[in-house]
Design a binder for this molecule. Structure first.
Ligand code: TXA
Ligand code: MG
Length: 320
C-alpha cells in the first residue's frame, strides 16, 4: 500500500478553490465520476488529457449548473435540442451545440460543436455554482478503462495524479450521459446513455441512433474498446455451450450453478433496468479484480430502456 493522505472528501469549497487555482480533481455526477478542470483554463484542460492519458482528438464535455449559462458558450440552438434541454436538463444527457470562440479548441478537438451537460447530482451542482465557470470533465478513468461510479474507484486509478476527489457517494445512474445532436433537422443520438432514447422519441419520432463507431467524425472518442476490463469479455450466444473453467458471469437476472456465486453478478434479480445500470461498472470492476477468473461471460439485456446503454457498454467491453 502506498502511504498517502486520504484525498477523498466532501468539502465543496476546497474543491472549488483547487479548481479555481488551475488544478484538476475528481467530481461526482449522477452518471459517473468526472475528472474536472476549468474549461476555459487551457493548462487545466491539457492536464486532464495528460492525467487520463487521453488522445487530443477525443473532445471533452463542458458541465454547467444552469440553462441560462448555455448561451454564454454556444450559438443558436435548434428547436429540437431546445426541447431536449427543457425536458431533460439537468439530467443524464449531453447536447452538442455550436460553440462560441470562448471555448478553447482543445475542448472540442477542433470540432465545430461543443458538448454541454447539466448534471443533476446535488454535489456537482453546488460545485458548479461555487466555481461559476464551465467545468470540462471526461469520465475519471484512464483512457480505455471502465468509468468510475464511486470516489474510491477514482482514487484506485488516478489517486496519485490528482490532489482531491470530491465525494458524492455512488452514482445513481451508473452509465455515462446520452449524447444528442441535430443533423439535417433530426435528433441524432451519438452515445446511448443514462437517458433512455425512448424519452426522446416524443421530441423526434424519426430520431437517428448513430451511436458509435471507430471512425465517426462527429464523435471521435467513441472507440469500440472503450469500456474494456483487463480480462477477456465474451458475449454469450448459447449458454448451454459454455466451458465455465476460470470464468465469471454478468447477467441481467440469472445465476448459474456452474460456477461459484462470488464469480457472478446478476445486475438486477427483479429485472429493473435502472438498478442494472447503477451496478454495471462496479460488477465489471469486481470481476476484473478476481485472480481466479480469466474470462467474463456476459449476457445481453433486452434491447430497450437502459438495456440499450448497458448492452452498448458490454459490447464495447467484448470488442477486441
Ligand atoms: O456522463 C457523462 O457524460 C460523463 C460525466 C462525467 O459527465 N462524462 C463523460 O465524458 O462520459 P467522456 O469524455 O468520458 O465521454 C464524452 C464523449 C467522448 O466520447 C467524446 O468523443 C464525446 O463525448 N464528445 C465530447 N465533445 C464532443 C464534441 N464536441 N463533438 C462530438 N463528440 C463529443
Ligand atoms: Mg469516458
Amino acid at each position: 500500500m502506498k502511504n498517502r493522505v486520504n484525498i477523498i472528501g466532501k468539502d465543496i469549497a476546497h474543491a472549488a478553490e483547487l479548481l479555481l487555482s488551475g488544478q484538476v480533481i475528481g467530481m461526482p455526477t449522477e452518471t459517473v465520476y468526472g475528472l474536472a478542470g476549468i474549461a476555459t483554463d487551457e493548462r487545466a484542460v491539457t492536464d486532464i488529457f495528460r492525467i487520463k492519458n487521453r488522445p487530443h482528438f477525443d473532445p471533452l464535455i463542458c458541465h454547467l449548473h444552469s440553462i441560462d449559462q448555455v448561451s454564454d458558450y454556444t450559438g443558436e440552438i435548434h428547436p429540437k435540442l431546445q426541447s431536449v434541454m427543457e425536458r431533460h436538463m439537468p439530467g443524464p444527457v449531453t447536447v452538442l451545440l455550436d460553440r462560441l470562440p470562448i471555448i478553447p479548441d482543445l475542448i472540442t478537438s477542433g470540432l465545430p460543436r461543443v458538448a454541454i451537460r447539466l448534471p443533476e447530482h446535488p454535489v456537482a451542482r453546488e460545485l458548479l455554482k461555487a466555481v461559476n465557470r464551465p467545468l470540462a470533465a471526461p469520465s475519471a478513468n484512464p483512457f480505455g478503462y471502465i468509468s468510475p461510479t464511486t470516489a474510491q474507484h477514482v482514487v484506485d486509478q488516478l489517486g496519485d495524479k490528482i490532489p482531491y476527489v470530491l465525494d458524492g457517494d455512488s452514482c445513481d445512474v451508473g452509465v455515462e450521459s446520452t449524447i444528442v445532436g441535430v443533423e439535417d433537422d433530426h435528433l441524432v443520438v451519438y452515445r446511448k446513455g443514462g437517458l433512455p432514447i425512448e424519452s426522446l422519441y416524443s421530441i423526434d419520432p424519426d430520431l437517428i441512433v448513430n451511436s458509435h463507431s471507430d471512425s465517426n467524425p462527429s464523435a471521435p472518442g467513441m472507440l469500440k474498446s472503450h469500456y474494456a476490463p483487463r480480462k477477456k469479455v465474451l458475449i454469450i450466444k448459447d449458454i448451454g455451450q459454455i466451458d465455465w473453467t476460470r470464468s465469471g458471469f454478468i447477467s441481467f437476472d440469472t445465476i448459474t450453478s456452474s460456477i461459484p456465486e462470488q464469480y457472478q453478478r446478476a445486475l438486477s434479480m427483479s429485472g429493473d433496468y435502472s438498478q442494472a445500470a447503477r451496478g454495471l461498472f462496479r460488477a465489471m470492476r469486481e470481476l476484473d479484480a478476481i485472480d481466479d477468473i480469466d474470462t467474463i461471460y456476459v449476457d445481453l439485456l433486452p434491447e430497450e430502456d437502459l438495456g440499450r446503454a448497458i448492452n452498448d457498454r458490454l459490447r464495447r467491453a467484448a470488442a477486441e
